[in-house]
Unconditional design. Structure first.
Length: 633
C-alpha cells in the first residue's frame, strides 16, 4: 500500500528533480566544484524536511496541509497567510510543471521548436484544463508506468554516471577540496559560503513536493500514520538519491548549460548518448525515453495544482476566508470554477514569465518555504505546549527547530537574492490574495452580527417546550423537513415562516443538520465527539420548540466536510422514512442588490435545491431578510 501511495503522491516531489538540481547547478557560475557539497546539502535537506513532515502526519492523521496546521496551531491570521501562499503555490505548481515538462521534451527536438515554447506551454495547459473539466482523474494504471520508467531511467543515469567514475572518485574529491581551498583563498570564506548558500537556495524547487503525503492523508488506507511514514521514507530516499545523484553527475561529467536544453538533457547525452548495441544507437533512444518520462511525470505533477488547489479553497471557505460556494467540492460547477481559476492564473503567470522555469522556480520556492516555515513554527509551538506530557518532547522540538531554521534560511536567501528579479511578484500576488480574504471575512462577520440580532429576538424557547410530549411524525402524514445549522434565529425564522405559509398542513417536522468539519475546530476524535454532541444539542432544542408549537417532531444528522453532498444523503434517508416529506431551506436575501452579495451567498441553498429537485425531492427555499450597512462590501 505504501508503494502505491508513493507512486500516487510522489510524482510532484520526484518530478522536481527535473528542474531543482538544474537551477542550483547553474547558480554556481564557474564554481562547479561546489556541486559535491551541494549534493550533500540537498540530500540532508530532503531528510530533515521529510522527517519533520513524518512527525506532522502523526499529529494530523486526517490531513496536515500547511493551512490546516497553521490555523490549528498558530491561529487564523497565520492560517490565512499559509492558505493564501498555498493557493498561489498550487497555481505555480501548474505553471512550473507544464513549463518544465515542455522544456524537457523540447530538449531532444530541433532548436527551431524553441520559438514555439510559450504557445506549447499554453496548449499543454489547455489540454490539462479540458481533461479536468471532463472529470478525468489520476489513475494508478496510467501513473504507474510513467513513474516506474522515470525511476528506472534516472536510477540508471545516476548509478552509471557515478560508477563509471568510481575509480577516479578519490581524485575528484581531492580536486574539489583543492579547488575549494583556492576559492576561499581568492574570494574569502564568507564569499564562498554565500555562493554555496545562494546556489542551494536557488535549488529550493527540489523540495517543493515533500509535503504531498501530509496533504493527501485522506486517500490512504488504515493504518494511515504508518502508511504515511513509510510513504514519506520512500519519497525521501528516492528524491535524495535522484536529486543528489544528478548534482554529483553534473560534476563528474563536466555538464555545462547549452542553449535550448535542460541540464538533465545535457547530462543524459554525455552519459548515455553514445551507447550502442551493434548498429543500434540505443543511447539516443534512452535519452529520448528519459526526457519523455520527465515531461510526462511533470505533466502529472501539474495535476496536483488542479486537485489540491480547489481543496485548499474549500478548507478556507469553511472558515469564511473565501466565498462559501468554494466549500462544496461535490458540486461539479464549484469544482469546475476552481479548476478554471487555477488554469487562468497559471496561464497569466506563464505569459508574464514567458515560460521561464528559472523565474517560476523563484516564485514557487518563496511561497513553498513560507508555508513550510509556518508549519514548522506551528509544530514548535505544539511541542512547547505539550512538553510536560511527553518526556521525549525535546527530541521532536529539536527536529522541528532545525527544520524551521532551514526553511527560514532558504526563504530569506531566495527573497533577498531574487526580490528585484521577480521575487516581489509572488509577494504582491500573495499579499493581494490575503487582503481579499480579509475583505471576505469582514463581510461574513458583518452578516453574522446581523444574524445575531435576529437570534436575540427569536431564539428563546417557550417555557412550555420542556413539558411538550415526545411525539415523532407518522410515516404516512405530510412532513416538513427543515435543513438547519446551529440553533439560532435563522432556523427559528424558517420554522415560523413555514407555520405561517402552510397553516395546519404539516403535522410533523423533521430537523436535519450536517455537522460541518472545519480546519479550525477539527483534528481528532475528541473534536469529532464534541461536534456530534453540539449538533445533537442544537437539534434537540429545535425539536423541543417544534413540539411546543404543536408539531410532532424528530431530527437526523450527519458529520462531514461537504454540506451539499451530506445534505443530499440525509434528505434521501428522510424521504425513505417519510415518503410525503417536503424539504425546506432558508436563504439570506439582502436589501441591497450587489454582485458581491450574490457571489458570496446563497449558492449552498441553490446547490442543495438543485440536487434534491433532480433527485425527485420537492424542495422550497424560504427567504430570510438581512439589511447590512452601506459600507459593508
Amino acid at each position: 500500500m505504501a508503494f502505491l501511495a508513493w507512486v500516487g503522491l510522489g510524482a510532484d516531489g520526484l518530478s522536481s528533480s527535473s528542474y531543482g538540481p538544474d537551477e542550483a547547478f547553474r547558480a554556481l557560475h564557474g564554481h562547479e566544484d561546489l556541486a559535491l557539497y551541494l549534493a550533500l546539502m540537498t540530500a540532508a535537506t530532503v531528510a530533515i524536511i521529510s522527517y519533520c513532515y513524518s512527525l506532522v502526519v502523526e499529529h494530523f492523521p486526517s490531513g496536515g496541509g500547511g493551512y490546516v496546521v497553521a490555523t490549528k496551531l498558530l491561529g487564523p491570521v497565520p492560517g490565512v497567510v499559509s492558505g493564501s501562499a498555498l493557493v498561489v503555490d498550487y497555481v505555480l505548481t501548474i505553471a512550473i510543471s507544464v513549463a518544465s515538462g515542455v522544456e524537457a521534451v523540447l530538449s531532444f527536438l530541433p532548436s527551431s521548436w524553441q520559438a514555439a515554447r510559450v504557445p506549447l506551454d499554453l496548449a499543454m495547459l489547455l489540454v490539462l484544463l479540458l481533461m479536468n473539466l471532463r472529470g478525468v482523474k489520476e489513475s494508478i494504471k496510467v501513473l504507474l508506468p510513467i513513474f516506474l520508467i522515470f525511476v528506472a531511467t534516472h536510477a540508471v543515469l545516476v548509478l552509471y554516471g557515478i560508477l563509471a567514475h568510481a575509480g577516479g572518485l578519490p581524485e575528484v574529491v581531492s580536486d574539489v577540496q583543492a579547488e575549494t581551498a583556492r576559492s576561499v583563498e581568492r574570494l574569502g570564506l564568507w564569499a564562498v559560503v554565500l555562493l554555496l548558500f545562494r546556489a542551494y537556495s536557488m535549488g529550493a524547487g527540489t523540495y517543493t513536493g515533500i509535503e504531498a503525503v501530509s496533504n493527501g492523508m485522506q486517500i490512504l488506507r488504515e493504518p494511515r500514520v504508518a502508511t504515511a511514514r513509510r510513504t514519506m521514507l520512500y519519497m525521501a530516499l528516492s528524491l535524495a538519491f535522484t536529486a543528489g545523484g544528478i548534482l554529483v553527475c553534473y560534476l563528474l561529467w563536466h555538464a555545462a548549460p547549452e542553449s535550448g536544453k535542460t541540464m538533465n538533457a545535457v547530462l543524459l547525452e554525455r552519459v548515455m548518448g553514445s551507447w550502442r548495441v551493434g548498429d543500434w544507437q540505443v543511447g539516443a533512444w534512452l535519452v529520448i525515453l528519459t526526457l519523455v518520462s520527465e515531461g510526462a511525470l511533470l505533466f502529472v505533477a501539474a495535476q496536483t495544482g488542479f486537485i489540491d488547489g480547489p481543496r485548499v479553497l474549500s478548507n478556507m471557505a469553511l472558515d469564511s476566508w473565501v466565498p462559501h460556494r468554494f466549500a462544496n467540492l461535490s458540486e461539479r460547477l464549484v469544482t469546475q470554477n476552481g479548476v478554471i481559476l487555477m488554469a487562468a492564473a497559471a496561464a497569466v503567470l506563464m505569459l508574464y514569465t514567458r515560460g521561464s522555469v528559472s523565474f517560476l522556480v523563484v516564485l514557487y520556492s518563496i511561497n513553498v518555504f513560507l508555508t513550510f516555515s509556518l508549519t514548522q513554527l506551528g509544530m514548535l509551538r505544539l511541542w512547547i505546549q505539550h512538553r510536560r506530557a511527553n518526556p521525549r518532547w525535546w527530541r521532536y522540538f529539536s527536529a522541528h527547530a532545525v527544520g524551521f531554521l532551514l526553511c527560514v534560511t532558504v526563504l530569506v536567501v531566495v527573497t533577498l537574492e531574487k526580490f528585484k528579479e521577480g521575487g516581489w511578484l509572488t509577494f504582491a500576488i500573495t499579499s493581494s490574495f490575503i487582503g481579499a480574504c480579509f475583505l471576505v471575512q469582514r463581510h461574513y462577520s458583518a452578516v453574522r452580527r446581523e444574524i445575531a440580532k435576529l437570534d436575540q429576538v427569536l431564539m428563546e424557547i417557550p417555557p412550555e417546550a420542556e413539558q411538550a410530549p415526545e411525539r415523532k411524525p407518522e410515516p404516512d402524514e405530510p412532513v416538513a423537513a427543515l435543513l438547519v445549522s446551529g440553533y439560532g434565529g435563522l432556523g427559528i425564522h424558517t420554522l415560523l415562516a413555514l407555520q405561517q405559509l402552510f397553516p395546519g398542513y404539516f403535522k410533523g417536522i423533521v430537523f436535519l443538520s450536517v455537522g460541518r468539519v472545519d480546519s479550525g475546530a477539527f483534528k481528532g476524535k475528541n473534536e469529532v465527539d464534541a461536534l456530534v454532541d453540539s449538533t445533537l444539542g442544537n437539534l434537540d432544542r429545535y425539536v423541543g420548540l417544534a413540539r411546543s408549537l404543536g408539531f410532532r417532531a424528530d431530527s437526523m444528522y450527519r458529520i462531514g466536510t461537504d454540506v451539499v453532498h451530506d445534505s443530499e444523503v440525509l434528505c434521501q434517508e428522510v424521504k425513505a422514512r417519510y415518503p410525503r416529506a417536503v424539504f425546506f431551506l432558508g436563504k439570506l436575501v439582502f436589501a441591497q442588490d450587489r454582485f458581491s452579495y450574490r457571489f458570496l451567498h446563497n449558492d449552498t441553498a441553490n446547490s442543495i435545491q438543485r440536487r434534491l429537485q433532480f433527485g425527485g425531492l420537492q424542495t422550497i427555499i424560504l427567504p430570510i431578510r438581512i439589511r447590512l450597512s452601506g459600507g459593508t462590501a
